[in-house]
Design a protein around this ligand. Sequence first.
Ligand SMILES: C[S@@+](CC[C@H](N)C(=O)[O-])C[C@H]1O[C@@H](n2cnc3c(N)ncnc32)[C@H](O)[C@@H]1O
Length: 283
Amino acid sequence: MTLYTRVELGDDAMLFHGECSKVMALLPDASIDLTVTSPPYDNLREYNGYTFDFEAIAAQLWRVTKPGGVVVWVVGDATVNGSETGTSFRQALRFMELGFNLYDTMFYHRFNGVPTEGRYYDVIEYMFILSKGKPSAINFLNDRKNLTAGNRERKDTVINKGKAKEKDTGSFVTQKYGRRTNLWYCVTGDNRTGHPAPFPEALARDHILSWSNPGDLVLDPMCGSGTTGKMAVLTGRRFIGIDISEEYVELSRERIAKALQQPRLFTADTPAEAPAAQQGGLW
Ligand SMILES: C[S@@+](CC[C@H](N)C(=O)[O-])C[C@H]1O[C@@H](n2cnc3c(N)ncnc32)[C@H](O)[C@@H]1O
């Protein structure tokens, strides 16, 4: 295989067919605002032309991420000889050794989980939020329905939990929606993409909205069917995608080219609270 093949998609998106650590090596230091990606899980699936060198990929991710940039690493473990492999945790710890903050360990709860024998049904995948210093972009999604909406609460008991030096006699009314928790519910990705393990579109979109701003450069070094790329261009970001499989790069190209023809869901002028109102289906 030549080192890489480049697929142009206009000013806002670019795809590469190649091994991602080698292609990332061509990117400048500190050039990427946000990476949203998912590696092959413990060889659970066979991918065309598969090779996976975690060490080389992690080192390149550290190098290309801007200070304040974020890597969202979505991963799960296989069960081998009765034990989960723990690969996910090892990878998260290795990222920390390289210098990343483990900013948050988030969970993705699949609605359509697979029944497992001898264990509770497995519906969880990890979403490690790895940041190079404090994230530059933090745009929380506030679409979790508050059970106590409309109630008047004393600031003293709820916000300060009685620990403020001065007694705060003020009060506030609980809003209809509050900040999400770090457990996100999503239906698994759409297999009609032609890829065996696509991201749910909402998962990619919501991380892009949370950890980047319009105009930022988003990377998916193992982009598969191009879900991160599609949601990046729809949310007004720029995108670089890489995959080792020529077939998947073509899937990505088709999906991203279509997205580039569609109106952007969000632009720099979109108010921060707008995404929440449009995501009622998730909660
Ligand atoms: C879990 S899938 C990603 C799916 C993607 N998030 C989507 O929404 O379709 C992992 C992808 O990594 C690719 N891959 C595996 N090793 C790779 C490598 N060393 N460099 C680039 N891509 C790789 C596989 O071809 C596969 O498409």
